[in-house]
Design a protein around this ligand. Structure first.
Ligand SMILES: Nc1ncnc2c1ncn2[C@@H]1O[C@H](COP(=O)(O)OP(=O)(O)OP(=O)(O)O)[C@@H](O)[C@H]1O
Length: 247
């Protein structure tokens, strides 16, 4: 591997007692690309993302984000990364505006920078009208937008998103995918997102990694993988990979 990779995993392994959640996983993500991370329920995607942020300690192997070893330089990694967990619980009593300001303060950003970014994000996600409502009243899609906005408040160089389009309606999904494309193209942000929605991955990603029962079963260029497995679509590819493993 060269040091130009934005994210590198090498032999990454996590065991929870007797359960191996992630087993010897190696892949990399290029700077400024939107990379798709796929796998069935319980395949190990969330655990991998959490290890990349230092939220779950590694059992063995290593991982680097922008050249920084996640287990050792955890604070630096978190400072340059944005993260949207799969099941994000927002503080019910805060308003959207207060919450974005709170997350900005956790990054120790100056107050005027926080205000400027929070207002820009509220506009970007069409939340201005609801900015002063308590988060407990937010619909699933609105809450997901707030979750994404908080992941962007520190202007991350790397964005790790766990099933970001789940809960969004078709328009919200389309807008989110456009936003990810724009962040990568115009700002050079590296995006690693997990998804069960294969059409989203196909629409955005040139490169993907597929986990199956904790192990990496495919990594690389989507078109090359389709050719290799005789698949026409992403759905065909995914099914071919999973059936091969089950055989
Ligand atoms: N804290 C934990 N303690 C014990 N087992 C865990 C823990 N976290 C995850 N696991 C196990 O690790 C495996 C991988 O889980 P993980 O949440 O990473 O999968 P996933 O691919 O994100 O699944 P999904 O698509 O359903 O979100 C599962 O068997 C899960 O039960």
């Amino acid at each position: 591997m060269t040091k130009t990779h934005a994210i590198e995993l090498s032999g990454l392994t996590k065991r929870f007692g007797g359960v191996t959640a992630v087993d010897d996983v190696t892949f990399f993500v290029e700077p400024g690309e939107v990379f798709g991370f796929m796998g069935h329920n319980g395949a190990g995607k969330t655990t991998t993302l959490r290890m990349l942020l230092g939220l779950t300690p590694l059992t063995s192997g290593s991982a680097r984000v922008l050249g920084r070893e996640v287990g050792q330089e955890t604070l630096e990694v978190r400072r340059t990364a944005g993260y949207l967990p799969a099941h994000y619980t927002l503080p019910p009593d805060m308003t959207a505006r207060q919450f974005l300001q709170y997350v900005g303060a956790m990054f120790a950003l100056p107050r005027d920078v926080i205000t400027e970014r929070a207002e820009a994000l509220l506009r970007r996600f069409d939340l201005v009208r609801d900015a002063d409502r308590a988060l407990r009243g937010f619909s699933t899609g609105m809450a997901q937008k707030v979750g994404l906005a908080q992941a962007l408040i520190n202007e991350p160089r790397v964005l790790l998103l766990d099933e970001p389009t789940s809960g969004l309606d078709p328009l919200g999904r389309h807008e989110l995918l456009e936003l990810l494309r724009e962040l990568a193209r115009d700002r050079g942000v590296t995006v690693l997102f997990s998804s069960h929605i294969l059409s989203d991955v196909e629409a955005l990603c040139r490169h993907v990694a597929v986990l199956h029962r904790a192990r990496l079963v495919a990594f690389g260029d989507v078109e090359e993988l389709k050719d290799r497995h005789g698949a026409r679509t992403m759905d065909d590819l995914y099914l071919a990979l999973v059936r091969k493993e089950a055989a």
